[in-house]
Design a protein around this ligand. Structure first.
Ligand SMILES: NC(=O)c1ccc[n+]([C@@H]2O[C@H](COP(=O)([O-])OP(=O)(O)OC[C@H]3O[C@@H](n4cnc5c(N)ncnc54)[C@H](OP(=O)(O)O)[C@@H]3O)[C@@H](O)[C@H]2O)c1
Length: 291
């Protein structure tokens, strides 16, 4: 298959590139070569490449910044998917897109998960912009798959475990207070890339939740990661109110991969196993990068 990956230099985009090549003919583009919200740029690239599949890994992902930069967030997370959907429809391509747990308000009692049939109700500008992107895709093209994921981490780019590692390596004795009252599923971007490959190759369409199996809190996630890395630390759990952020996060971000399971396509693994494999594969590089 000819696959165009947009936002290819991001955390997920890089893993998707590695997972999809060489079985498929992959073209990777990111800013400034391809701005997904620029319709003429997108049309030009689509006419030139004629891809079977467009895999959109581009997004405005700085959740707190979205509160002050709502227009920018809407441009990348809502207009961008709309433009890609129109171009995919015109070019006969399938659009595969990534969305987020933050489309939900997280009010449901833990550990009751959200499934694809639950009504979204985002609390933040980021969540609103991502939901608007989902709606735009469904309105503008017929062949699409949207995978909602959560708490993504991987080898490339910035992410929560890397931030924890950097802080612990630089000041092991410093108290690191991490919220212990938000629940979700840490998801390895490599595993999600493999799940995306399964969805693409199965020609599956529709809305899917795609997070690693099981759930935890940010504090437990950080503690398990630093223990697996054998890095001394002084982590302490704190309540959500003790760590206020500009964007309100859902308390319960737990998603159930119900649609993937129903289609016999779920290849996500328990989050603990994936975290262990991530560390086993990348420990040395992570230590070098974060020291
Ligand atoms: N990270 C998470 O915890 C998380 C959780 C749930 C869902 N998701 C979703 O998962 C997907 C992948 O996230 P990620 O962590 O890989 O994000 P990321 O590392 O921030 O990568 C996004 C990429 O898109 C690029 N980009 C931004 N605006 C663009 C535009 N207008 N046109 C083309 N490219 C543009 C970014 O470039 P710059 O770096 O130059 O801006 C970056 O290379 C996103 O849809 C995100 O919403 C992420």
């Amino acid at each position: 298959m000819k696959i165009l990956i947009t936002g290819a230099l991001g955390q997920l985009g890089r893993d998707c590139t590695r997972v999809l090549q060489p079985a498929h003919t992959v073209t990777t583009l990111d800013l400034p070569e391809l701005d997904i919200a620029d319709a003429s740029q997108v049309q030009q690239v689509m006419a030139q490449l004629r891809p079977d599949v467009v895999l959109n890994c581009a997004a405005y992902t700085r959740v707190d910044d979205c509160e002050e930069h709502r227009d920018d967030a809407m441009r990348v997370n809502a207009t961008g998917p709309a433009v890609l959907a129109q171009a995919a429809e015109a070019g006969g391509a399938r659009l595969i897109h990534i969305s987020t747990d933050y489309v939900f308000d997280g009010q449901r009692p833990v550990p009751q998960p959200y499934t694809e049939s639950d009504a979204p109700h985002p609390l933040s500008c980021y969540g609103q912009s991502k939901l608007a992107g989902e709606v735009a895709i469904a309105a503008n093209c017929r062949r699409w798959a949207i995978l909602r994921t959560a708490w993504l981490y991987g080898r490339h780019g910035g992410n929560f475990p890397k931030t924890m590692l950097r802080l612990a390596l630089r000041q092991p004795e410093r108290v690191l207070r991490v919220v212990n009252g938000q629940y979700g599923s840490p998801t390895w971007s490599w595993r999600l890339a493999e799940q995306l490959r399964t969805v693409i190759e199965a020609d599956a369409t529709g809305l899917f939740h795609a997070t690693d199996e099981g759930y935890t809190t940010w504090y437990e996630f950080a503690a398990r990661f630093l223990a697996a890395m054998h890095v001394p630390h002084n982590l302490q759990p704190c309540r959500n109110e003790e760590y206020p952020t500009r964007a309100v996060r859902p308390v319960n971000s737990i998603l159930e991969n119900a649609a993937l399971k129903q289609a016999g396509l779920n290849s996500m693994r328990p989050w603990q196993d994936d975290l262990d494999e991530f560390v086993a594969r990348h420990r040395a590089e992570l230590l070098t990068e974060c020291r």
